[in-house]
Design a protein around this ligand. Structure first.
Ligand code: ZN
Ligand code: ZN
Length: 362
């Protein structure tokens, strides 16, 4: 009973959010929009690159239709507040923990979220999470045509059937949190084969608050895409309080449409961003660094330069004999002595296992 009440409360909260845009200004009621966060969106500044639009995406989001706490429309509101551009609703096909949701249409959470997305101008992608014990583990499938066609019971016997359904729906498929729940990352033969065959397109290098460095080793061998997602089950405001950026997958898309996101994902135009670390292909990281940082030479003879960071990503660089990294905070300019032609290592830009992006600033 308590649960049902809670879910109803969430539904009411979502409805309230939907009407919150209307200003109320009568002689009896003055609204203070600044007193609540509903209509405020964090401006997350990450530059566009190479003629593509950089979209901030979270491809792993749960709702109260599975084992999470928030109504699908609420997930869209939260993501908009957090400065994201795209979310995928990826509820577990097999887990329906909340009372009243056991037999719900599997497409419904996406449909509710997508409707809210249309209202506020935010892209929502249909998806789902195939949930089994290791070695199969958890695998997300995006751009689903019909989530109801996936098996709803959780047995090893229907693992292949679930995967085959994702293939049949031409989904974008990635392996979730390979280090969860046993705190160890093993590349099982099944994943290795599917990654080498290009049937699994990506792996989460970061999930929620966890980072899996072994994914970098596998990435070096196989060159799949690395993603960073929240896998959010609780409220975003609790998990990522003000000032903390949500983990996100940056997608370099031609346009702000679901089809463009899909095209970019299959083309591998993405970089993972978590806790100010970028992980991915050098080509895209080089472009992001180039567009984020402006270099101004103050004294060429002494090597004095100013580095202006126009982005929200805090870059961290090391150069010369200097032992500690220097932080280039978001939206700040730092003056440094870095002689012309010096190799600079960006220790927050990861290209492989203990392999960092290096460049000359001028
Ligand atoms: Zn999972
Ligand atoms: Zn999940």
């Amino acid at each position: 009973m308590k649960r049902v009440y809670f879910i109803l409360l969430l539904a009411v909260a979502a409805t309230t959010a939907a009407t919150a845009g209307k200003p109320i200004q009568t002689n009896d009621v003055w609204r203070h929009p600044g007193a609540e966060r509903t209509n405020c969106r964090r401006n997350v500044c990450i530059p566009d690159i190479e003629g593509y639009r950089t979209l901030k995406c979270d491809f792993h989001v749960h709702t109260c239709f599975t084992d999470a706490q928030v109504y699908p429309a609420g997930r869209v509101n939260e993501a908009w507040n957090d400065g994201l551009d795209v979310i995928a609703i990826t509820d577990h096909f097999e887990i329906r923990k909340n009372k009243g949701m056991e037999t719900a249409d599997m497409n419904l959470p996406y449909e509710i979220a997508a409707a809210r997305g249309r209202e506020i101008g935010m892209l929502v992608i249909s998806g789902g999470e195939i949930t089994r014990h290791k070695p199969f583990g958890h695998i997300n499938a995006l751009f689903l045509k019909d989530a109801n066609r996936f098996p709803r019971d959780r047995t090893p016997e229907n693992e292949q059937a679930a995967l085959d359904e994702a293939f049949a729906q031409e989904a974008y498929i990635f392996w979730n949190h390979p280090g969860w729940p046993d705190d160890s990352c093993t590349l099982y033969p099944m994943h290795e084969r599917l990654l080498r065959e290009g049937k699994i397109h990506g792996v989460e290098i970061f999930n929620s608050k966890e980072h899996y460095p072994r994914v970098l080793q596998w990435y070096e061998q196989m060159g799949f895409s690395m993603l960073a997602n929240s896998d959010i089950h609780y409220m975003s405001g609790q998990q990522y309080p003000d000032g903390v950026l949500r983990p996100m997958t940056l997608v370099f898309a031609r346009e702000y449409t679901v089809e463009s996101v899909r095209e970019a994902l299959f083309a591998g135009r993405l970089v993972a961003l978590y806790d100010n670390t970028l992980a991915g292909a050098e080509k895209y990281i080089r472009a992001l660094v180039g567009e984020s940082l402006a270099v101004r030479v103050i004294d060429a003879r002494k090597g004095t330069i100013e580095l202006c960071n126009k982005s929200d990503i805090e870059y961290s660089i090391r150069y010369g004999d200097y032992m500690y990294p220097v932080a280039i905070y978001g939206h700040q300019t730092v003056r440094l002595n870095i002689p012309k032609g010096t190799r600079v290592t960006f220790v927050n830009c990861v290209l492989g296992y203990e392999k960092y992006f290096e460049t000359e600033l001028w």
